[in-house]
Design a protein around this ligand. Sequence first.
Ligand code: SF4
Length: 280
Amino acid sequence: MESPLQAWRDTLGELGVMGLIREPRAQAPPEAQATPEAQTRPAAAPTPANPPPARPQAARALPAAATPAAYTPPADPVGCPPPEVIAGATSLADLQKAIQGCLACPLGPGRLKFVFGEGHPKAQLMFVGEGPGRDEDLQGRPFVGKAGELLDKMIGALGLKREDTYIANVVKCRPPDNRTPSPTEARACMGYLHRQIELIQPAVIVTLGATPLRELVGVVEGITRVRGQWKRVQVGGREIPVMPTFHPAYVLRQYTQEVRRAVWEDLRAAKAWIDRPDQG
Ligand code: SF4
């Protein structure tokens, strides 16, 4: 019978990161992380003496190709809950109940299922992706397709279970043809994600791909340039460290050892932040 250690080694081997495991490197100073050279380095584990750097003030630009179609939200207050209802939700279940009929943006009418997010209600590690795909739209759960399987394996390789973490997306409804949500759609949905984060209070957020990094954190630089570099986001009066990394779907498309190693290093850095001695 396969031992737990062997199963873990098998998972790492399947991910292509076996043999890449080594002691965390010393955290580069924030100044060094901002250099072009540093942008290509794998993420280093943060330490209490060397926390993630403050987020630079990146300009928020709207992608040219993201002009949303004209859409008039219905007046139904259940479909479009007012901000005080969202703020008044004191649990994730209450929040989901309040917003699951939302039609506040053009994505609402096209969904099969509302994909609220799932996981531990007080997870220390929270993942934020872009939006539901076909499988997620069918099942009403985030990251359940091939990309989700890969994410689950990586979470397992960190020594965690999927249900130890919380997984959500920028938008709760599937964009047609899996296109990137427009800034207008992302903004319409952002209050829900913010309230989820306020309720969960994660120690660290890992953004998966460029969209959550842009829409949640306000960083518009390319993900290949900024992945592995600590950012921060202010939500509900709390400043939360953010580790940007590639979306698992990108990893599946670019299944190179370099890409897999990059994601693995980013996830390890996030885990190291959670495991630091002064956490908790
Ligand atoms: S994507 Fe968000 S804002 Fe748009 S209809 Fe769905 S829940 Fe509402």
